[in-house]
Design a protein around this ligand. Sequence first.
Ligand code: A3P
Length: 390
Amino acid sequence: MGQRLSGGRSCLDVPGRLLPQPPPSPPPVRRKLALLFAMLCIWLYMFLYSCAGSCAAAPGLLLLGSGSRAAHAPPALTPGPDGIAPRLPFQAAPATPPAAGKEPAEGAASQEEQSPETPDSPSSISSFFSGSGSKQLPQAIIIGVKKGGTRALLEFLRVHPDVRAVGAEPHFFDRSYDKGLAWYRDLMPRTLEGQITMEKTPSYFVTREAPARISAMSKDTKLIVVVRDPVTRAISDYTQTLSKRPDIPTFESLTFKNRTTGLIDTSWSAIQIGIYAKHLEHWLRHFPIGQMLFVSGERLISDPAGELGRVQDFLGLKRIITDKHFYFNKTKGFPCLKKAEGSSKPHCLGKTKGRTHPEIDREVVRRLREFYRPFNLKFYQMTGQDFGWD
Ligand code: A3P
């Protein structure tokens, strides 16, 4: 009776099945597995999404950036010229050269090494949570000074839950200003309401254009300067260059224009950076002194919690970072964090921080102390603080 379907059986051949039936629904276990897989995909997507936004400081993770965010993310890493540490391309070419110096590798020497031990990126967990919020221009910047203890200050500050900072030095106001504020903001980590965005680039302090440029971004920007005895700072600066170029002349010979007359070569950047009073004059044309905080590099080592207390007050933050956060590491010879940001492990700065300095001729050190004395006194007057370097 039933009409045969071409080459098959009639629907009516099967008792009780007059019309084609939908396929049977999957068993509950398969449905659960599918749901679990979908959740895993969503979680993975959110993780990558948050990393693209907040891992500007984590060079390796930049490569994970995807989708529309990747278009705004800084370009992928290129190997460093020395083949040792990869550098972010935006750190490479100075748009405006820093203070002149006779140092052969000035550009490279002014660059802070990114030690693998430095927790430049937040943990993946904190990255995940930082997927929310938005990128802001920094409200506070550590503008100097090179070899003052700027990395230590930033790493310590990052322990504060209301501080979010970019780990690598952006060098925006000295080398990449032409890239524009949108580019600069994109380097910043995401922040939630009430959190402060920060960065540190120590060369800003000696960059002529930096005060006007930062003021043009926001005249309310809070500025922090970590200062250290200019003689020790110069030796530390020299030690850093020496570590990269062991063939450079001695510190003693670079110090003088004419060693017989004792004329100091102030064009050598290692010497010039330490004339703090001169550099500060430029900043005071654009910022009131009350908007600047001067941190003692020496006290940052002898009493980190004390200096961090001052910094937290200055930034309007609750005093959360206290003595409890630090311990003195005898091997390192420096204070270290009991727990680094986003980790439960103790953390000291990398081996490029706290190097052993070469022995410098005592007479040269004496002459340098004499040279800096009037500038130091002027600096004490300007800041209202005696740093005790004489
Ligand atoms: P030295 O390596 O000459 O000792 P910056 O981070 O601005 O480049 O400064 C580097 C200096 O930070 C180091 O110079 C070191 O003296 C100082 N510093 C301050 N606190 C430190 C800490 N907790 N661990 C290591 N170095 C610290």
